[in-house]
Design a binder for this molecule. Structure first.
Ligand SMILES: [Zn+2]
Length: 408
């Protein structure tokens, strides 16, 4: 999700020359990729429209000052976040279980019952529905791709208000007990400015729980996870760079957690001196030297892993096997963008009915329902996110498909 609250005066191909998180000019380029789709969750009605998706460049840049990694070629506003943007993972039982557990944990840990909650970048509002339904909380969500009509009959909807817009501090019309922002900060290049806007939205004298969740960039660095590098994600954080940014923006970090098989990085903060119930302020480890050494070899390791996958797919096609991908989200767009011969993939499966019948941004592959695999009878299914493997293998078995299943 994306909340671009400020504009960056940056023309195409001009690279940012100061770190958006700390202002340092000690920057070095660590990975480059040209002409990738700028919008990987948009719905396109056919392959021609999908191939004409706007493209942009990735120039991953490492800041020695704070350890932040960002796309210095990112153009704020290039990616479209509208009603055509379909990002929800709510159709996956695995993700729904994680989401429900996360909501319940937040409610229990921070006594969020009957409280006021703001979510910036709330997507379609699924998480607020859970917080309303499970904790009786009054919730306000802001997001340019929100669809208030889609949730109006859902349990908890009576306490959830959605605003379809980018967030501005004046929307925070009351003191909130919790301010939540999930899977949004990684879409924002002017990171310090954005957090300053959130800080400004905190009512004087209140001490909300501030909860942010983003992808864990340490996983990209250690696993060479090229599928997690794509245009919309312009900002990549590890524990240290995240804590340093929040401190600089005037927050008091309380704790950092790794969740969802280490894929997500979560930070909990407040403002001012923490209360006894909140526990002491967090003193983060300095991970800058470790990040710098991993960043220095990233391009080489990404290239190696990309070549391995290209080879695996080419060998399968050569042997007359049918290869499909499972998952059509951003990881899938990044994966297809990295392949020298994406046409060797026969189709892309997605369980989200809102995506089925559309075409993949860039490559133009058909997005099909799982049931359509019966007609294709694939030999190899490449799963975009290992977290969904069990669920996918159950689906395949129920359709009598005995394909080999491999996860990225
Ligand atoms: Zn920096």
């Amino acid at each position: 999700m994306n909340i671009a609250t400020t504009t960056i005066t940056q023309v195409q191909h001009e690279l940012l020359c100061a770190c958006p998180s700390c202002g340092s000019a000690e920057l070095s380029g660590i990975y480059a990729q040209d002409d990738v789709p700028v919008s990987s969750c948009l719905l396109f009605e056919n392959a021609t429209a999908a191939a004409a998706v706007e493209r942009g460049d990735i120039r991953l840049t490492h800041c020695a000052g704070c350890g932040f990694i960002f796309n210095a070629a990112f153009r704020a506003g290039a990616s479209e976040y509208s009603e055509r943007y379909e990002e929800t993972q709510g159709f996956s039982p695995t993700f729904s279980r994680f989401h429900t557990r996360l909501a319940q944990e937040l409610i229990d840990t921070h006594d969020l019952n009957g409280k006021e909650i703001l979510e910036v970048g709330c997507g379609k509002g699924e998480f607020l529905l859970l917080l309303s339904h499970l904790g009786g909380n009054n919730c306000l969500g802001v997001d340019p791709s929100a669809l208030p009509d889609r949730i109006k009959d859902a349990p908890g909807a009576e306490r959830v208000t959605l605003i379809r817009d980018f967030f501005t501090p004046d929307m925070a019309d009351r003191a909130f007990d919790a301010i939540i922002c999930k899977m949004t900060l990684e879409h924002i290049i002017d990171t310090l400015d954005f957090l300053s806007v959130i800080r400004e939205a905190v009512t004087e004298g209140s001490q909300p729980l501030v909860f942010f969740q983003i992808p864990n960039a340490m996983r990209i660095l250690t696993d060479a996870a090229f599928e997690d590098i794509y245009y919309e994600h312009c900002s990549y954080f590890t524990d240290g760079s995240l804590v340093r940014l929040f401190e600089k923006a005037g927050f008091t970090p309380l704790r950092v957690l790794h969740q969802y098989e280490d894929q997500y990085l979560t930070i909990e903060c407040t403002v001012g001196e923490p209360t006894a119930a909140m526990g002491p302020a967090l003193v983060a480890d300095d991970d800058r030297a470790e990040i710098a050494s991993l960043a220095a070899v990233l391009a080489q390791r990404l290239a190696g892993r990309q070549a391995e996958w290209a080879q695996k797919i080419a060998a399968a096609a050569e042997a007359g096997k049918k290869v499909v991908m499972w998952g059509s989200g951003s990881k899938a767009v990044a994966f297809l963008s990295s392949l020298p011969a994406p046409q060797l993939i026969d189709a892309v499966v997605d369980i989200n009915p809102n995506k089925q019948g559309s075409a993949m941004p860039g490559s133009g592959h058909d997005i099909i329902a799982p049931s359509e695999l019966i007609g294709i009878d694939p030999d190899l299914v490449i799963v975009m996110n290992a977290a969904y493997c069990t669920e996918i293998m159950e689906d395949l078995a129920s359709m009598g498909i005995a394909a080999q299943v491999v996860a990225l």
